[in-house]
Write a protein that binds this ligand. Structure first.
Ligand SMILES: [Zn+2]
Length: 325
């Protein structure tokens, strides 16, 4: 793949040092202590559930109800447990905040109806950019658990139906005794730069016209993250990569990924796309990218994605908005 495999060689980019002292915030958390030691304590869970300050929300098909407040913020719609449509079998304990408030999610086949019409269903892609860090953290945890629960109903060892345990964080097999834990699939996502500090962005075949973003792919069994970065960039864009440095991570429960973000340095900039996953890849200078976004030729990654944060990390500031005429 590439002859230069030394990650110890942290060459400094030859171009402007836009990002040298600018922290990248991908791991912001909302102050929830998952308090995992309580998950097996049924008496504690029962008391926590019935406590008057406990807050509960329903998750269904990756969505929850959110509500725009008068002050311009958006919140998860939560209720006290005595108002919640209780199903013990699908109750997830999510944790405790700084004030001692306990949070649960209930997985249901549908979201509860509301008399007031103010609340609306939203998935993480929408809610993630609107909600507070606390509410985002709660929702991403609940959606991740729901995705895993939904697809792991049967024991992968003996085929029996499994039952939920540990407040939603384990599935147990009553036949063979196996315990199954939620899966997280590591995926690497990387912004590759060349010796002129240009960024390599690609277009996936199925993306809307003009969309360019970072390259990404799943880590394979027995592979290091650095090797996965180099393999994916070589496979998708034909570019050889040398130094690789970790930037930050983002849970991406669509359905169960953890995106691990890297900056990577090309050792040979010639591009040869695979044509299957990536149909086009280009090197962009900051000026190229600004002009292409402003003219509407390029749609950069946006929203909650780590791809947008990686591109901004390189770009040095928030990306410009396209001029609409
Ligand atoms: Zn089993």
């Amino acid at each position: 793949m590439t002859a230069s495999t030394s990650t110890a060689r942290h060459d400094q980019p030859a171009g402007r040092q836009h990002t040298a002292d600018r922290p990248i915030s991908l791991t912001a958390t909302g102050g929830i202590d998952r308090a995992s030691h309580h998950r097996l304590d049924e008496a504690w869970l029962a008391a926590a559930w019935s406590h008057p300050t406990t807050r509960v929300f329903v998750v269904s098909g990756g969505q929850a109800l959110i509500e725009d407040k008068e002050d311009g913020t958006t919140e998860l719609v939560m209720m006290p447990s005595f108002d919640a449509p209780f199903t013990e079998a699908h109750r997830y304990f999510l944790g405790v905040d700084e004030d001692g408030v306990r949070y649960f999610a209930l997985q249901k086949d549908s979201l509860p109806g509301r008399l007031d019409d103010i609340a609306r269903p939203a998935g993480l892609r929408e809610a993630g950019v609107l909600l507070s860090d606390r509410d985002s953290e709660l929702l991403v945890h609940a959606v991740g658990l729901e995705n895993w629960q939904r697809t792991h109903r049967f024991c992968s060892r003996c085929g029996e139906r499994t039952v939920i345990a540990a407040a939603g964080h384990v599935r147990r097999c009553p036949a063979c005794g196996a315990e199954h834990y939620p899966r997280t699939d590591p995926a690497v996502i990387m912004l590759v730069t060349d010796d002129q500090d240009r960024a390599l962005l690609g277009r996936q075949v199925h993306w809307p016209e003009g969309r360019f973003s970072t390259l990404a792919g799943f880590v394979e069994p027995g592979e290091s993250l650095e090797a996965a970065v180099r393999r994916e960039v070589a496979e998708e864009a034909g570019v050889s990569v040398g130094p690789v440095s970790y930037v930050g991570s983002q849970p991406w429960p669509f359905p169960s990924s953890l995106m691990l973000g890297f900056m990577a340095r090309a050792t040979s900039p010639a591009i040869q796309v695979d044509g299957e996953e990536i149909e086009e890849a280009r090197w962009f200078s900051r000026e190229d990218l600004r002009a292409a976004i402003e003219s509407g030729e390029v749609l950069p990654p946006s929203g909650i994605s780590i791809a947008a944060r990686l591109v901004e990390h390189w770009y040095g500031e928030p990306l410009p908005h396209p001029h609409r005429s």
